[in-house]
Design a protein around this ligand. Structure first.
Ligand code: FES
Length: 331
């Protein structure tokens, strides 16, 4: 690992960066992102930083094309082309506007799954993990099986309660409140997709039309709040061992709210009351039930899902893993 010091105005960041990682990638996981509109290919020229010193790669062909000789002499570099070989210091004069979205470090990501759909059109897809506290979004080229970019940001529904039950209670208080909760989550996901398209692809409107599928997983309560359906059933303990139906009442009208004209927005079905489809995604990703007996999986979050594989069956449950007083103050 190398040390990267970043200066902007009165802010100073100290980052541990894997050698060979670009300065743009390192900063994309922080609140101090460089401007960008090309996904790091060196073609937009927006990600300017000033190199103050350190052990880095020499300017690339893209930097010779995008930067004048005078800029290069002043130490200006393109952050997406600038890679650390050892410790280094850079100054950021004109960062991207503040955003709640951060890229996920590549080392935190699972490899692309095997198997790809046969597609000629609308080849892009969006995978969403809608968590109670955080939302994670990945943008995929489904035809070629490439994950193009990822984002992580807060679930803005937190204003209605940090825990699951308070949010369900808020949704039941009035249809307007339920619609507001649904809109907050939906808008956040769309913003994350737009952030990816703007910064990593360089085109927003036409690319939104090229998205063919959005798949959302999450705990049952978050999916209910996203569609505005099922919150009442979820608060009844007799439903906790069954799969609650949270499909939108008017699917066509609901799909139209996503501003992705050719995308089917697909919610993976939950397993039971508070065991959501995020657990299903975990099971597919980890292959737990193909592994040895006695394997345990925990998806630790505000709602923590747990699966135990005994070699023949999966035993599953969930437990609040976040606020200590889940549902405090409600009857
Ligand atoms: S040139 Fe670096 S992000 Fe576009």
């Amino acid at each position: 690992m190398a040390n990267l010091q970043v200066y902007y105005d009165k802010v100073q960041l100290h980052l541990n960066v894997p050698e060979g990682q670009s300065v743009r990638d390192a900063l994309d996981a922080t609140e101090l992102r460089v401007r960008a509109a090309c996904g790091g290919t060196g073609s937009c020229g927006a990600c300017l930083v000033c190199l103050l010193g350190g052990d880095v790669n020499p300017p690339t062909l893209a930097e010779h094309q995008k930067l004048t000789a005078d800029e290069r002499a002043r130490g200006m570099r393109l952050a997406c082309q600038l890679r650390l070989r050892g410790d280094a210091e850079v100054r950021l004069d004109d960062p991207a506007p503040p955003s709640l979205w951060r890229s996920l470090p590549v080392e935190d990501l699972w490899p692309a799954p095997a198997g790809r759909p046969e597609l000629d059109r609308h080849i892009y897809g969006v995978a969403v993990d809608l968590g109670t506290t955080h939302i994670r979004v990945a943008f995929w080229d489904r035809k070629h099986g490439h994950r193009l970019a990822t984002r992580r940001g807060p679930n803005p529904q937190g204003a209605f309660g940090a825990d699951v039950l308070n949010r369900l209670d808020a949704a039941l208080a009035s249809p307007e409140r339920a619609a507001e909760l649904a809109k907050l989550a939906r808008t956040a996901i769309v913003q994350a997709v737009r952030d990816i398209l703007k910064r990593d692809v360089g085109q927003v409107g036409p690319m939104l039309a090229e998205i063919g599928r959005v798949v959302v997983v999450g705990n049952t309560a978050m999916l209910s709040l996203l569609t505005g359906t099922g919150a009442e059933a979820l608060l009844e303990p007799e439903n906790w061992e069954r799969a609650v139906d949270y499909r939108p009442r008017d699917p066509a009208a609901w799909q139209a709210q996503w501003f992705m004209p050719n995308a089917e927005v697909f919610l993976l079905g939950a397993v039971a009351g508070f065991v959501g489809s995020d657990l299903l995604a975990d099971l597919v990703a980890t292959g737990l039930s193909r592994g040895p007996p006695g394997s345990l999986l925990l998806d630790v979050g505000t709602n923590t899902e747990i699966a135990l594989w005994d070699g023949q069956a999966l035993h599953i449950t969930s437990v609040p893993g976040g606020p200590a007083f889940e549902g405090v103050g409600i009857h």
